[in-house]
Design a protein around this ligand. Structure first.
Ligand SMILES: [Zn+2]
Length: 300
């Protein structure tokens, strides 16, 4: 099951909805499985395939650092809370809930995603540098404004994540008071709640490792693709093509988009769902000297 990111849906909502996908597919998300791949609707050049593989491999290589940073930040945020969860008075509990803040997660994402973004910039520059039209302009393109946008987005995400836990804890406190529980008993309830893991909605939680893995992979993909599009924009690329990794784990939604051409700032830019591994390549006339980039059935 794949959940698309709807227009009125926040990234976090889409992530929550996509959890079933993560939980129900036990298959590893890393690595290419070439067998049983459906035939492409278009025929990418060897060079495009090389770009796609290189990007995929870079993202896989960079993901563990991001996942570890996320895991560490979340332990820091909630580990500190657990120490205070056994305090007796309810008002202290409220104070403790208010101490949960997004800063460590936002900082971890900012720091660990920066190299991913830079790799995306490098990769897009390298891709365009091989194209006659761009050859004199690339290597200088370093779209820093887009990096700020990435940071703003990750901060918003960090706030959504921590706010949800904060609301959950405060709800437990209110119910504990209504039930006439002591501070210690309320603390126990909160400890149980936190032990469930990271809550993706009010009644679903994912253990920290799985959650960090899911968020890390998706954020890596997002940062990498954001960088590529920022370079395209700065370079004046007119059109881009959606490119899947085309294997038997490519989801139907992505497969439908494989090879599709869009004007810049149009179309669904990857990643289009949680754990999406797709990328984009620029479309330029005379782009490639080998076997061309043609849609199957066209020009044959
Ligand atoms: Zn995809």
């Amino acid at each position: 099951m794949i959940v698309q990111l709807g227009e009125d849906q926040t990234l976090e909502e889409a992530r929550s909805a996509a959890l079933r996908f993560v939980l129900e597919t036990k298959a590893p998300v890393v690595g290419h499985l070439a067998e049983a791949a459906p035939p492409r609707r278009w025929r990418p050049s060897k060079r495009l395939l090389h770009i796609e593989r290189e990007r995929f491999n870079h993202k896989v290589a960079m993901t563990p650092v991001v996942v570890a940073a996320i895991r560490h930040a979340m332990s820091e945020i909630f580990g500190e809370f657990r120490l205070e969860a056994n305090l007796r008075e309810d008002d202290k509990q409220k104070k403790a809930a208010n101490k949960i803040n997004a800063a460590p997660l936002a900082a971890a994402l900012k720091k660990s995603l920066r190299p991913v973004y830079e790799e995306g910039v490098r990769s897009a520059n390298a891709e365009l540098g091989a194209t006659a039209r761009f050859v004199s302009r690339v290597d200088e393109i370093n779209p820093t404004g887009a990096l700020d946008a990435l940071y703003a987005r990750t901060l918003e995400f960090a706030r959504e994540v921590t706010d949800r836990e904060k609301v959950g804890i405060k709800d437990i406190l209110l119910r504990s008071i209504a039930d006439g529980l002591s501070g210690v008993e309320a603390g126990e309830r909160i400890s149980e709640y936190l032990a469930e893991g990271i809550h993706v909605n009010t009644d679903r939680a994912l253990n920290l490792d799985s959650w960090a893995e899911m968020v890390g992979r998706t954020e890596v993909s997002q940062a990498h693709n954001d960088a590529i599009f920022a370079v395209y924009e700065a370079a004046g690329v007119a059109q881009w093509r959606f490119m899947t990794s085309e294997d038997d784990r490519t989801c139907p939604e992505c497969e439908d988009l494989d090879g599709e051409v869009f004007d810049l700032n149009e179309g669904e830019e990857p990643p289009i769902h949680v754990l999406c591994r797709c990328t984009s390549v620029s479309v330029e006339a005379g782009y490639d000297g080998d076997d061309g980039d043609v849609l199957a059935g066209e020009g044959e």
